[in-house]
Each structure stands twice: as structure tokens, then as C-alpha cells.
Design a protein around this ligand. Structure first.
Ligand SMILES: O=C1O[C@H](COP(=O)(O)O)[C@@H](O)[C@H](O)[C@H]1O
Length: 149
């Protein structure tokens, strides 16, 4: 990313780079979603259930046009970040979600207990591959609030 630009400019610049790579045939496009299809999206998750820089309750979790967007008020430092959007993340061929430690157990429980309403989803619950597959990589502390492990 170009950190000489504003955060909005850096997000637009990154998106334009992706579009150029798509145009040149370097990055494929998902026939299912029309968004770029990365071979592998390696994600972590914060204790609040955020992934990438898509934080709970932030309007950019609903971005459905852009490939890359920005946050200027991230609850976790640094406050200014750029991030892939959900349509890009969910178009990946493989999503690997690496979640370890007891601090993540509450969000893991919410994400995997399956009784949430759709209006109350954590970002991690919005990771839903449309044209691929997803694998969780966890440890026992992260899974400690699940009843069957
Ligand atoms: O701020 C962030 O934190 C999460 C979690 O990081 P971890 O070091 O506790 O695994 C990370 O997945 C995310 O990409 C980043 O924006």
C-alpha cells in the first residue's frame, strides 16, 4: 500500500492496483460473485470478532461494491487502516481462519453456537465463502466455551 497517501487515497490506490492485475489476468475473477478470487485468504480474528479491519458495528462491514475500503476510527490501533471488503474475502477459493487463545473464546462461541440472529452478526460470522471453502485453525483455549470439544 502507498502510505504517502491519505487512508482513503491508499484504499483507492490499492483497489486500482487490484483492478489492473485483474485486467492483466494476474488475478482471476469469481464467476459466482464477479469479485476477485484469491487462491488463499489468511485471516485472524480479534477478541471482538473482527476480521481483517472489518469491526463489529462499523458500516463498512456492509460494503458491497468496493474491493478495498478504509477505516479512520478503528477501535484497535492503528486507527487508520485499509481492508479488503467482504465481497473480496468471500470470493476466495480458500479461507484459512487462524484463531488461538482464551481471549477469543467468547467470539468463537458466538460464531459457532449457531443461535445468533442475522441482525447481530459478528464480522467473523459474515465470513461465508461464495465460491470456495473455509477452514478454522484453533487451539483448546479458543474453543473452551464450546460445550462439545
Ligand atoms: O487488528 C487485527 O487483529 C486481528 C487479530 O490479531 P491476532 O494477532 O490476535 O491474531 C487480526 O486478525 C486482524 O487482521 C487485525 O486487523
Amino acid at each position: 500500500m502507498n502510505d504517502a497517501l491519505s487512508v482513503e487515497g491508499a484504499a483507492d490506490d490499492y483497489e486500482n492496483c487490484l483492478k489492473q492485475l485483474i485486467k492483466n489476468g494476474v488475478i482471476a475473477v469469481s464467476p459466482v460473485t464477479g469479485f476477485p478470487k484469491f487462491d488463499l485468504m489468511l485471516l485472524g480474528m480479534g477478541p471482538d470478532g473482527h476480521i481483517a479491519s472489518l469491526f463489529p458495528g462499523h458500516p463498512i462491514v456492509n460494503e458491497n461494491q468496493k474491493l478495498v475500503t478504509c477505516v479512520k476510527d478503528s477501535p484497535k490501533p492503528p486507527p487508520e487502516r485499509i481492508t479488503f471488503t467482504f465481497p473480496v474475502i468471500n470470493s476466495s477459493a480458500h479461507i484459512a481462519l487462524m484463531v488461538t487463545g482464551a481471549g477469543k473464546a467468547g467470539a468463537v462461541h458466538k460464531a459457532l453456537s449457531g443461535n445468533e440472529s442475522s441482525s447481530d452478526l459478528l464480522p467473523v460470522e459474515m465470513v461465508e465463502p461464495q465460491d470456495g471453502e473455509m477452514t478454522w485453525f484453533t487451539d483448546k483455549p479458543a474453543m473452551s466455551m464450546l460445550s462439545r470439544i
